[in-house]
Design a binder for this molecule. Structure first.
Ligand code: KIV
Ligand code: ZN
Length: 386
């Protein structure tokens, strides 16, 4: 039986922490509506205590969104939790997400507390959040660098106080897929609630480029919620990328897992995030980059013309991309040139194509890419010579 993986989008919170990417309320609301269309299960709308504008934005999103759960972030402090609760009180499905560090590095160097004092704080924070609503997510921050036995205790305290989702952050993007997967597996074995009513989630960062691999290793080992962002935007090197985990599940794990993401909305949402945040998507970005379905070498172009499966593992339509493209460059072969000319209404046999191809190579060596206009001019020069 296939198991559902919940998608928790934090583009509007962790994503918005990127320097220069701050959104105004209207932009946040528009993006929230698009995230709802995309079908995210939960959207983290913001960190309401951080500024009056963010409080208002979260409140408006909570009043607008009907299908996705709307979540507000709060440190494990009474005032934060109280403000977060007020910001989402009118949501059709509200959630508070509160967090406290679990690693000794943070406990000693940032919080300057003892482990026992921190356990008391966990119990207090989750109980406080629970006094406002049922749906409470708790994150032991910096979980990947924590002592495992203490993490077990910490998690159990949060569950006993009423947390319905436990989210393990790899806050500094330090984990490796095999160790992260093992940690999830061991935690599921030690805490029976993860096999019944408490959802185990992960929030992976990309400092070593492993955020997606870690999230997937976690799913295989028992986690059932992934926290992620469009285009992988987020603090420092960013977060796990929504489009990557969703399409990997759909492409490689479809017999075991599914998400409820409306995948044809992926490219549109990615573009919107890039535009409003002013963060261009790198051309070679998996799934949503401009080159994700562009083919430029001769062998690949020949293969794609014969059958899409030769060089594509996803259908561009499944992610809302305009389609595969064949880019004519000096690395293109005769097959691609012939194909493009046919699309423009010109059919040539092998012999007639040869002088055109030779001229094409000359032009392509000079100009990085040959577009349709160039091709039409090129045809005229070859015809004029012959
Ligand atoms: O990276 C992190 O640890 C976070 C927490 C607030 C979940 O963003
Ligand atoms: Zn984070």
């Amino acid at each position: 039986m296939k198991e559902r993986v919940y998608i928790f989008d934090t583009t509007l919170r962790d994503g918005e922490q990127v320097p220069g990417a701050k959104l105004v309320t209207e932009e946040k609301i528009e993006l929230a509506k698009q995230l709802e269309l995309l079908g995210v299960d939960i959207m983290e709308a913001g960190f309401p205590i951080s500024s009056p504008e963010d409080f208002n934005a979260v409140k408006k999103i909570a009043n607008t969104i009907e299908k996705s759960t709307v979540c507000a972030l709060a440190r494990g402090l009474d005032e934060d939790i109280e403000v977060a609760a007020r910001s989402v009180e009118n949501a059709a499905s509200p959630r508070i997400h509160t967090f406290i560090s679990v690693s000794d590095i943070h406990i000693e160097n940032q919080m300057r507390k003892t482990r026992d004092e921190v356990l008391t704080m966990v119990d207090h924070a989750v109980s406080k959040a629970k006094s406002y609503m049922d749906n409470v997510e708790f994150s032991p921050m910096d979980a990947s660098r924590a002592d495992f036995e203490y993490l077990v205790k910490f998690t159990q305290v949060a569950i006993d106080a009423g947390a319905t989702t436990i989210n393990l952050p790899d806050t500094v993007g330090y984990a490796l897929p095999e160790e992260w997967g093992l940690m999830i597996k061991n935690l599921v074995e030690r805490i029976p609630a993860f096999k019944s009513d408490v959802v185990l989630s992960m929030h992976t960062h990309n400092d070593l480029g492993l955020a997606t691999a870690n999230a997937l290793a976690g799913v295989i080992n028992g986690a059932r919620q992934i926290e992620c962002t469009l285009n992988g935007v987020g603090e420092r090197a960013g977060n796990c990328s929504l489009e990557e985990v969703v399409m990997t599940i759909q492409t490689r794990y479809k017999d075991r897992f599914y998400t409820q993401i409306n995948t044809p909305e992926i490219c549109k949402t990615s573009e919107m995030v890039s535009d409003v945040m002013g963060l261009p998507v790198q051309p070679n970005k998996a799934v949503v980059g401009a080159n994700a379905f562009a083919h430029s070498s001769g062998i690949h172009q020949d293969g794609i013309i014969k059958h899409r499966d030769n060089f594509e593992i996803m259908d561009p339509k499944d992610v809302g991309a305009s389609g595969s493209s064949i880019v004519l460059t000096a690395r293109s072969g005769r097959a691609a040139l012939k194909h493009r000319l046919e699309n423009l209404g010109y059919a040539f046999d092998k012999n007639d194509l040869e002088p055109i191809y030779l001229k094409f190579l000359e032009w392509a060596d000079e100009k990085k890419q040959i577009n349709d206009e160039d091709l039409l001019s090129l045809l005229q020069t070859v015809e004029a010579v012959s």
